[in-house]
Design a protein around this ligand. Structure first.
Ligand SMILES: *Cc1c(COP(=O)(O)O)cnc(C)c1O
Length: 457
């Protein structure tokens, strides 16, 4: 008989992981390399030095080292808000009347309200260690900008954040939080960069996109002495740092003597999902464990379910290296009506490869269905979920309802990446029946696909 599982389970401080896990070391086939957009040759590590600090460039390129020690200073800051709890969703199970056993790993217990702080701390730390004098980044919904502001304030590095204009306008308090941590917040596209000016000239009145904001931040980094760029998702290094989520979850489940049949996460750029599944995917790849992985994305920005697996730029201004990934095309700008985050045009090359090779599934849902799931979850579990995280909730509910039909007692683990306190405009639209679903047409997607760079690889 298995033991009684508590509602909330926390590892102790000395049970916390002291290393990150690099899933690439156990992948049967590697994701395709980043390409230099000029030569179309695989990028060399040194070519990343003008953009990223050295240690992070090394992590980005390293597909062999299985475990990376987490530096002492990073572990110390982790301990301020980690370990995060593994929660048994007894109330949700009861509400659904499902025999499934549902667990979620809750990452919203820090000021940024999301898992993003896990990588922000690492990136700010390595920049400081290299003696860099400032950092710059983009933010969409604002969680990444907030997380990085917290980390930069902690390690004492000035930060400039380019925030996607429509979020900047929808979420004015995000800016105030970032300013509390001394960050300089600029709505993007802006007149402060050449690429911002160009995008504004071609597309006046644009509400911006993550792709635009990335272009501006990269330009700022490469034209400012001692400044580097940091990115909150998509990159291999970010998935590496986020493996802390999966490592903690796996350890906690081991102690509880349970193991998931299905692991579910929302997918924007893929960092929380990549981090959550990493050690479980290892079990599938190395030990042939029978376990399903499901990525949940918005129907309005469906990079895995409707995108192309192709080389593309990581930004709209085409200043970044090219990555082979599932993409909607770097010129794709999701509908401004879409409130639920997860708006990035591409997907982590690691997750793209795993999906392409059949190790992971993907589904998409419309935002009204996602908010319905959020409301049901909030009512019984009492946490107000971020719209992004609610995609994973929706995915978990659907799987739990399938178990109800079949009577299977499956164990489901999902990632609850954060809280939704800054998303009340979207929640209000939902409550007032004003939220609309927007699904791009095939023609719209084709238009963006036509602009994909022509790479014969
Ligand atoms: C940024 C964010 C996401 C999506 O990003 P990934 O890199 O795909 O994990 C999901 N949930 C929350 C709360 C976020 O802030």
């Amino acid at each position: 008989m298995s033991k009684k599982i508590p509602y909330r389970f926390y590892l102790t401080e000395d049970q916390m992981p002291t290393q990150w896990y690099n899933l690439r070391a156990d992948m049967k086939e590697q994701p395709d390399p980043l390409l230099n957009p000029g030569t179309l040759e695989p990028l060399r590590e040194e070519e990343l030095y003008p953009i990223f600090c050295k240690e992070l460039a090394a992590q980005e390129m390293d597909s062999k080292t299985r475990y990376f020690d987490i530096p002492e200073e990073i572990q110390e800051m982790y301990k301020i808000y980690r370990p995060s709890p593994l929660i048994r969703a007894y109330n949700l199970e009861k509400e659904l009347g499902t025999p499934a056993k549902i667990y979620y790993k809750f990452e919203g217990n820090n000021t940024s309200g999301s898992h993003k702080l896990n990588s922000a701390i690492a990136q700010a730390y390595y920049a400081k260690k290299q003696g860099l004098t400032s950092l710059t980044t983009e933010t969409g919904a604002g969680q990444w900008g907030t997380a990085l502001s917290e980390a930069c304030a902690y390690f004492g590095i000035p930060l400039t954040v380019y925030m996607v204009k429509c979020s900047f306008e929808q979420k004015p308090f995000r800016k105030a939080v970032m300013q509390t941590f001394d960050a300089d917040v600029i709505p993007s596209p802006s007149e402060t960069t050449q690429i911002g000016k160009k995008i504004l000239a071609e597309n006046p009145g644009t509400t911006g996109s993550l792709g635009c904001a990335i272009s501006e931040a990269v330009e700022k980094a490469t034209t400012t002495e001692g400044c580097r760029y940091v990115l909150g998702s998509v990159l291999n290094q970010v998935l590496l740092h986020q493996s802390i989520i999966g490592l903690e979850a796996k350890k906690a489940m081991e102690l509880l003597e349970v193991y998931p049949d299905i692991v579910i996460g929302c997918a924007g750029g893929g960092s929380n999902l990549g981090g959550l599944i990493a050690p479980f995917m290892r079990d599938k790849l190395v030990d042939n464990k029978d376990i399903r992985f499901i990525a949940v994305e918005p129907a309005s920005c469906p990079s895995l379910t409707r995108g192309k697996y192709a080389y593309d730029f990581c930004d709209t201004g085409k200043v970044t290296p090219m990555a082979k990934m599932y993409t909607l095309g770097c010129s794709f700008i999701p509908s401004a009506n879409h409130a639920g985050g997860l708006r990035y045009h591409g997907m982590s090359p690691i997750l793209s490869k795993l999906y392409h090779d059949g190790y992971m599934e993907a589904v998409s849902y419309e935002q009204t269905a996602v908010f319905e799931a959020a409301k049901l979850f909030a009512r019984v579990e009492t946490i107000l979920p971020a719209p992004e995280s609610s995609h994973a909730i929706k995915g978990a509910i659907e799987e739990a309802l399938k178990c109800k039909e079949t009577g299977e007692e499956k164990t489901i683990l999902f990632g609850l990446t954060g809280t939704g306190y800054f998303d009340m405009t979207a929640y209000s639209a939902f409550h007032d029946g004003k939220m609309v679903d927007y699904i791009p047409t095939d023609e719209e997607l084709e238009k963006a696909f036509e602009k994909l760079p022509k790479v014969d690889k």
